[in-house]
Design a protein around this ligand. Structure first.
Ligand code: NAD
Length: 362
């Protein structure tokens, strides 16, 4: 498997060291220690799985949310209603990861009793990468499914108004010998952040990523930023985005689409919503047989014919599992600017200087 090439300026940081530092930074924002460790754990998990866009790169953004932008660092999420496996969770305007981890864990417990459980979350905020939650259910031998709103960056198919989010979905299924299957992606061809990187470098974006303000395809990064993200699969991506947004909002009373904020002014604290579904396989079939069949499906993919020039066929989550093993052995590759930003937060929040991360490989 090919890993991101480590550039001359990139740094390798050991997982536990990163976790300790980022936990200390979030605790200094007013989070209880256990919540700070959970939030840091979600970001480090994303980096470990090679999903750096949702890793510790987000630290300055999250510090800002909790210290300046109205997100409650000391949130106390609660189940405010439950009918069988239907739960409504109020996330107390905390970081989405705190309400989300709470909600998925409650859904897993309720699914043991009821066969399946759906926790609809309101009064929440950005929840990061979704695989964290779906994988918690798979680790308990259940199928985990979850989704969230994202700020609207797409238009209805053929339209021009940014009213649909790229709203990601994650589904995780436990396996027996293989890694659990973990699908996790959004329904846009790209994300705003990726276009911003091209814009900063003054380079055109790849074809197929964006539309301009008039709704026509563009490779101009500037016009793409004021324009629209292209959906995956044309109208199908828009439909999927809308439905995940609805499932993330309307069953809990959270905001949908523009009610959660916009790309100019950013998110509105406490308006976001997510959903977390746990399915207890034992309520349907023998769980061991289910897991063996997942192994069989993985083997079928790996054993199927490849196009010329293709070295390997992957199943969902496999590339990320490869990163996890690689980074566990080698340390996590991080951009120097990411490490410097974390150290700046250590400094500005008065965290003990011993928590500063090394700016050279040790
Ligand atoms: N919280 C939010 O508002 C928000 C919004 C958007 C995205 N996200 C997160 O961003 C992350 C990245 O999303 P994305 O849409 O860029 O994902 P992506 O396009 O990188 O797709 C990743 C998924 O595709 C699978 N995959 C990749 N290459 C494959 C291959 N060759 N064969 C088989 N499967 C393959 C991966 O295993 C993974 O399941 C996700 O964790 C998502 O949850 C969060």
């Amino acid at each position: 498997m090919a890993f991101y090439p480590k550039t001359e300026t990139d740094l390798s940081i050991e997982k536990d060291r990163l976790l300790n530092t980022v936990t200390a930074v979030f605790a200094a924002c007013g989070m209880p220690d256990t919540d700070a460790a959970t939030l840091a754990g979600t970001l480090v998990h994303s980096d470990m799985r090679g999903v750096h866009s949702h890793g510790v790169l987000r630290v300055p953004d999250y510090v800002g949310k909790m210290t300046r932008e109205g997100v409650n660092p000391a949130a106390n999420p609660k189940v405010i209603s439950q009918k069988g496996g239907a739960l409504v969770v109020d996330a107390d305007n905390g970081m989405g990861q705190i309400g989300g981890t709470f909600a998925m864990d409650r859904a897993i417990s309720a699914a043991r009793e009821h066969g399946l459980a759906y926790a609809a979350v309101r009064n929440s905020n950005h929840c990061g990468a979704l695989d964290w939650y779906a994988m918690r259910a798979a680790a308990k031998g259940m199928v985990g499914i979850c989704g969230t709103n994202a700020l609207p960056t797409m238009a209805p198919w053929g339209g021009k108004d940014k009213i649909v989010g790229i709203n990601p979905l994650s589904v995780a299924c436990p396996a027996e010998q293989e890694n659990d299957l973990v699908l996790d992606f959004a329904f846009g061809e790209t994300a705003h952040g990726k276009i911003r990187v091209y814009h900063q470098k003054g380079e055109p974006i790849p074809e197929g990523w964006a539309f301009d303000e008039d709704g026509f395809p563009t490779t101009d990064a500037g016009r793409a930023l004021t324009g629209l993200i292209q959906p995956i699969g044309a109208h199908k991506g828009i439909g999927l985005g809308m439905m995940v947004g609805i499932l993330s909002s309307l069953l809990s009373g959270a905001g949908y689409g523009l009610e959660t904020g916009n790309m100019v002014h950013g998110p509105t604290a406490g308006k976001d919503g997510q959903f977390y579904l746990a399915i207890d396989i034992a309520a349907f079939v023998d769980p061991a047989e289910f897991r063996r069949r997942i192994d069989g499906i993985v083997a079928q993919v790996h054993g199927s014919a490849r196009r010329d020039g293709v070295e390997r066929l992957y199943v969902p989550g496999e590339i990320e599992a490869g990163f996890e093993a690689h980074y566990a052995a080698e340390g996590i590759t991080l951009a120097r600017t990411t490490v410097e930003d974390i150290n700046a937060a250590v400094d500005s929040l008065g965290v003990a200087a011993s928590h500063a991360l090394p700016l050279a490989d040790e």
